[in-house]
Design a protein around this ligand. Structure first.
Ligand code: NDP
Ligand code: 2IT
Length: 451
C-alpha cells in the first residue's frame, strides 16, 4: 500500500457524515502530494501530514441574542484555528444554517494551502455560525454579531487570528463585528479584514476574490494556449460577493455572461446578465433572483425544483468558460458531462470546492482546463493580507496599487501552480500543482519550526 493510501485509510477511521466534506478536501490533497511524499522522506519522518490534518484548536461557543420580538435566540459559534506555520491564522467567517464543524474543517484545511500559495505570511483558519442572516433585520444582524464577538474576541487579534467574510458575511457584518471587537478590547487594530473602506478596509477587497478568479483564468488560458475570454459566452453560478465580481470583471473584458443563480433558482439571460439589476436584487433588496424576469422578459428563470436530475441548471447552458461561485459540491459529474458535451474549454472555481471529485476527474480526462479554488479564488485572502499590511502601517493604498498587486499575485500563483505540475510530471494538472506547491511551503515551515 502506498503512503497516500495508508494515510487515507488511517484518517478515515472514525469518519462521520458531518466530516464528509473535510475528508473530500483531505483525500484530494493526499493523492496529489503522493509523489512528494514518496520522493522526500522528511515529510513522513516529521509526521507532517498527521500534524497538518488536525487543527491546532477548534473553539466552539454559544451565542445568545435577542430578536426584534425580544425573544431569546441561541446559535452555535466556531473558530477552527488550523495552522499558523506561515503567519497568523487567517480565513473567513461563514453565517449559514448549514454551518457545522465538518464544513469549517474543510474550509480551514483548504485555507492553509490557499494562503500558502499566495506567498504571503498568513496561516489557515475558518469560523462562523449556524445563524441565518436571511430575513433578519439589520438590528438583529447587529445583535447577533455583537453577541458572537463577545466570545470570539478572546481568540483573535492582528497577530493572532484575523477573520474576514465568507457566505453570509460581508461588509455589514464585518462592520458590526469590528465595532464590538474595538469596544471590548479598546484596540483599533486590523483584527478583521473586509472592513468598509472608510474605517480601515482596503480598496478592492469586495472585488478581489471575483476579479482574482478572472485574472487567474486569463493566465491559465494563456499558458494552455487557449483563446482568451473576450467575446466568449461564460456561465456563472451564485449571485453573492464572488459571483457578482466575477461577472463584473468578465463583462469589463468583453465576455458575455449569460447565467447567475441563488439558492432558489437560476437566471439565463441570452443577451447577457444585467449586473446592475442583480446587484439591486441581491445586495440592496436582498430578495430572490426570481424578480429578474419581471423586467427582463427575454430571460428565463428556473427554480431549483426544475433542475436536471443530479445536476444544476447553470451547467446545462453551453459556454466557453464556466465559473462555479456559490457553494461546495454544486458542480456534479452529470454537470461535468454536459459542460464537456457543450464544448466548454475551462472551469474556474470561485467558490470553495464547488466541484465534486468525480466532476474534476471527468473534466480533466477530457482536457478541460480546470482551475481549483485554492489557487483561483486566492485573490480575496491576498487582498485581505494587503489590508492587514495597510492597517499595521496606518497607510492607505490606491485602487490602482491594489489592483496591480492582485493581478501580479494571481499571475504568480498561476505560473507557480503550472510549473509545479510540470516538475512533478503532471503537466496541465492545476489541482496537483496547487496542492503540491501549497503543501510544500507549509510543510517546510513546520519542519523548520520543530514540533
Ligand atoms: P455570499 O453570501 O455573498 O453569496 C453566496 C451565494 O451563493 C448567494 O448567491 C447564495 O444564494 C448562493 N448559495 C449559498 N449557499 C448556497 C447553497 N447551499 N445552494 C445554492 N446556492 C447557494 O458568499 P460569497 O460570494 O462570499 O461566497 C461564495 C463562495 O465563494 C463560497 O464557497 C465561499 O467560501 C467562497 N469564497 C468567498 C470569498 C470571499 O472573499 N467572500 C473568498 C474565497 C472564496 P442566496 O442569495 O439565495 O443565499
Ligand atoms: O475562502 C476564503 O478565502 C475567504 N473566505 C476569504 C478569507 C479572508 O481572510 O479574506
Amino acid at each position: 500500500m502506498s503512503i497516500a493510501e495508508n494515510k487515507i485509510k488511517k484518517f478515515e477511521h472514525g469518519n462521520c457524515a458531518e466530516n464528509n466534506v473535510f475528508y473530500q478536501a483531505m483525500e484530494e490533497v493526499i493523492y496529489s502530494i503522493a509523489p512528494l511524499l514518496e520522493s522526500d522522506d522528511r515529510y513522513t519522518r516529521f509526521g507532517i501530514l498527521d500534524r497538518l490534518v488536525v487543527p491546532d484548536r477548534i473553539i466552539k461557543f454559544k451565542v445568545t441574542w435577542l430578536d426584534d420580538n425580544n425573544q431569546i435566540q441561541v446559535n452555535t459559534g466556531y473558530r477552527v484555528q488550523f495552522n499558523n506555520a506561515l503567519g497568523p491564522y487567517k480565513g473567513g467567517l461563514r453565517f449559514h444554517p448549514s454551518v457545522n464543524e465538518g464544513i469549517l474543517k474543510f474550509l480551514g484545511f483548504e485555507q492553509i494551502l490557499k494562503n500558502s500559495l499566495t506567498g504571503l505570511p498568513i496561516g489557515g483558519a475558518k469560523g462562523g455560525s449556524d445563524f441565518d442572516p436571511k430575513g433578519k433585520s439589520d438590528f438583529e444582524v447587529m445583535k447577533f454579531c455583537t453577541a458572537f464577538m463577545t466570545e470570539l474576541h478572546k481568540y483573535i487579534g492582528s497577530r493572532i487570528d484575523v477573520p474576514a467574510g465568507d457566505i453570509g458575511v460581508g461588509g455589514r457584518e464585518i462592520g458590526y463585528l469590528f465595532g464590538e471587537y474595538k469596544k471590548i478590547t479598546s484596540s483599533y487594530e486590523g483584527a478583521l479584514t473586509g472592513k468598509p473602506y472608510f474605517f480601515g478596509g482596503s480598496l478592492m477587497r469586495p472585488e478581489a476574490t471575483g476579479y482574482g478568479v478572472v485574472y487567474f483564468t486569463q493566465s491559465m488560458l494563456e499558458i494552455e494556449q487557449k483563446e482568451p475570454l473576450d467575446g466568449k459566452i461564460c456561465t456563472v453560478s451564485g449571485a453573492g460577493n464572488v459571483a457578482l465580481h466575477v461577472i463584473e470583471k468578465l463583462q469589463e473584458i468583453g465576455a458575455i455572461v449569460v447565467t447567475c443563480s441563488d439558492s432558489h433558482g437560476t437566471v439565463y439571460d441570452p443577451r447577457g446578465i444585467d449586473l446592475a439589476l442583480v446587484k439591486e436584487l441581491k445586495l440592496n433588496k436582498r430578495v430572490s433572483l426570481e424578480e429578474y424576469v419581471q423586467t427582463h422578459t427575454e430571460a428565463k428563470y428556473t427554480p431549483v425544483a426544475e433542475y436536471p436530475q443530479d445536476g444544476h441548471m447553470v451547467w446545462s447552458v453551453p459556454c466557453y468558460a464556466a465559473f462555479p461561485c456559490a457553494t461546495q459540491n454544486e458542480l456534479s459529474e452529470v454537470d461535468a458531462q454536459s459542460l464537456i458535451e457543450n464544448g466548454c474549454v475551462s472551469v474556474s472555481e470561485g467558490a470553495n470546492m464547488p466541484s465534486t471529485p468525480e466532476a474534476i476527474a471527468l473534466l480533466q480526462s477530457h482536457k478541460v482546463c480546470f482551475a481549483p479554488a485554492k489557487a483561483a479564488n486566492a485573490g480575496g485572502v491576498a487582498v485581505s493580507e494587503f489590508e492587514m499590511s495597510q492597517n499595521a502601517s496606518m497607510s492607505r493604498w490606491s485602487y490602482e496599487q491594489v489592483d496591480a498587486k492582485l493581478k501580479e499575485t494571481m499571475q504568480m500563483i498561476c505560473k507557480r501552480v503550472a510549473l509545479t505540475a510540470k516538475d512533478y510530471g503532471v503537466e496541465g494538472n492545476y489541482v496537483d500543482g496547487a496542492n503540491i506547491a501549497g503543501f510544500k511551503k507549509v510543510a517546510d515551515a513546520m519542519i523548520a519550526e520543530g514540533i
